[in-house]
Write a new protein. Structure first.
Length: 155
């Protein structure tokens, strides 16, 4: 009987020693690393439009510091005064990228006017993948792409 009590005592001590410091709960590895967004710097993106005319495309560049989206170019069809026209256009200005996201517009000329071009862009850029919406219009001339959904790949 004494031998069984000693064995039982040793087993209890072993269990207590193995679980010390974690209140008897399984120990989980502590991982304090932070997750950063994938690198979006210095890439050229090309993509397609999912709800426009067949062959419509979009392209742009991300600056080396990852803070600006430049050279936005739409190549495709839009309605202008009731007619479907092919065009290639984009703003001369740049969009700000904040935490991999773009949300804003560029008007050219900047103060607007009756025939000002307006470029609206919403984008999410993560690593080599980007997606969002784009719209280009000139209100007084009745020209508009309407809101287009796009996806693009960077290289």
């Amino acid at each position: 009987m004494k031998k069984n009590i000693q064995s039982f005592s040793l087993a209890c001590l072993f269990i207590i020693a193995c679980n010390s410091g974690n209140n008897g709960q399984p120990q989980i590895a502590n991982n304090n690393s932070t997750v950063e967004s994938p690198d979006v710097t210095g890439k050229h993106f090309t993509g397609s439009i999912s709800n426009g005319m067949k062959g419509d495309s979009i392209s742009f560049d991300v600056s080396a510091d990852g803070k600006k989206l430049t050279n936005l170019t739409f190549k495709g069809y839009w309605r202008c005064s009731g007619k479907l026209e092919s065009t290639t256009a984009g703003p001369e200005g740049a969009f700000d990228i904040v935490n991999g996201k773009v949300s804003g517009h560029i008007s050219e000329p900047p103060n607007g006017g009756a025939t000002a071009w307006r470029f609206d862009l919403d984008a999410s850029i993560q690593g080599k993948k980007a997606s969002g919406t784009f719209r280009m219009n000139i209100n007084n001339l009745g020209c508009d792409t309407y809101k287009l959904n796009w996806t693009a790949i960077g290289n």
